[in-house]
Design a binder for this molecule. Structure first.
Ligand code: F6P
Length: 324
């Protein structure tokens, strides 16, 4: 293998730049030529591919976002789009690919590899932490800390005004950000898509809590089956029927996707980037380089996408015990 390419795709996450940097520098260290594909599969289809050098990734490890930019490509879902992408890679003699992204990125990579056979190794880049095959994904730690900082600030004003705040965090299908920011932020409740939300129980508990606490924080993952934070707040408000209680909603949104990555995300991104290149050179393909129990592990894309990554049950227990 002489030439490889790297791209970032799907929702960006803090630490993707550290990962790109590690891919580029490891590739050069190992004597490979390395190319960056802009805007994920979109750039692959358009042929927006550029040679990268060691200095191309200077001064980016501390930056959020991704210097290669990112996109969610509809055209790559078509055979015609994928054929264009293949032709562009062949024009550069690319023999291996590092795909940095989440489940959508790996689904595309798996199909592409089955059709055209270019070995691909992935790196887990998503704030959601919802990929099987790695304890944490690149960007999760930064996103949790961003959410936590916001929760701390909201707690100040919630306490000052004796209010109940519903804070919505990201996580369409997964509650990892909600649970960890909820524990760290001392929330009274966390609502996540993985577990059934019992609003009657929440209402009962909120009423009980009023005897000991004057304000409360409820963290809601955007994908909770009862709805988003605004909807859930309305449902709870209707059930509590207390004119004196003041309810507020804050949606944190994309603020969670940006910002300078934490040390953990920089190290994880760097490690996965290095492992992806080493994996390609060792003949690995169709798999993701992740870290489990402090060890680099390669997990087939099929499992990363198909197997469920459950929430930590101890974390859920902690939430219940500490919120009394
Ligand atoms: O997949 C990461 C994520 O940040 C989710 O938590 C969120 O639901 C989604 O991306 C938002 O995507 P977009 O930026 O395309 O609206």
């Amino acid at each position: 293998m002489k030439k490889i390419a790297v791209f970032t795709s799907g929702g960006d996450s803090p630490g993707m730049n550290a990962c790109v940097r590690a891919v580029v520098r490891t590739a050069i260290f190992k004597g490979l030529e390395v190319y960056g594909i802009m805007r994920g599969y979109e750039g692959m289809i358009e042929g927006d591919i550029k040679r990268m050098h060691s200095h191309s990734v200077s001064n980016i490890i501390q930056r959020g976002g991704t210097v290669l930019k990112s996109a969610r490509s509809m055209e790559f879902k078509t055979p015609e789009g994928r054929k264009k992408a293949y032709d562009n890679l062949m024009a550069h003699d690319i023999e291996g690919i590092v795909a940095i992204g989440g489940d959508g990125t790996f689904t595309g990579a798996k199909i592409f590899q089955a059709e055209f056979g270019i070995p691909t190794v992935g790196c887990p880049g998503t704030i959601d932490n919802d990929l099987y095959g790695t304890d944490y994904t690149i960007g999760f730690d930064t996103a949790v800390n961003t959410a936590l900082e916001a929760i701390d600030k909201i707690r100040d004003t919630a306490a000052a005004h004796d209010r109940i705040f519903f804070i919505e965090v990201m996580g369409r299908d997964a509650g990892f950000i909600a649970v960890e920011s909820g524990i760290g932020g001392g929330a009274e409740f966390v609502m996540v898509p993985e577990t059934k939300t019992d609003l009657n129980m929440v209402v009962k508990s909120l009423k009980n809590l009023r005897k000991t606490k004057t304000s409360s924080i409820v963290v809601v993952a955007e994908g909770d089956e009862e709805g988003n934070a605004e909807t859930i707040m309305q449902k709870v408000k209707d059930k509590i029927k207390d004119e004196n209680k003041d309810f507020k909603v804050t949606t944190l949104g994309h603020i969670q996707r940006g910002g300078s990555p934490t040390a953990r995300d920089r190290v994880l991104g760097s490690l996965c980037g290095m492992a992806a290149v080493e994996g390609l050179l060792a003949g690995k393909k169709n798999c993701m380089a992740g870290v489990m129990n402090h060890q680099v592990v390669y997990t087939p894309f099929e499992d990363c996408i198909g197997k469920e990554k459950p929430l930590n049950q101890e974390h859920l227990k902690l939430m219940e015990i500490l919120s009394i």
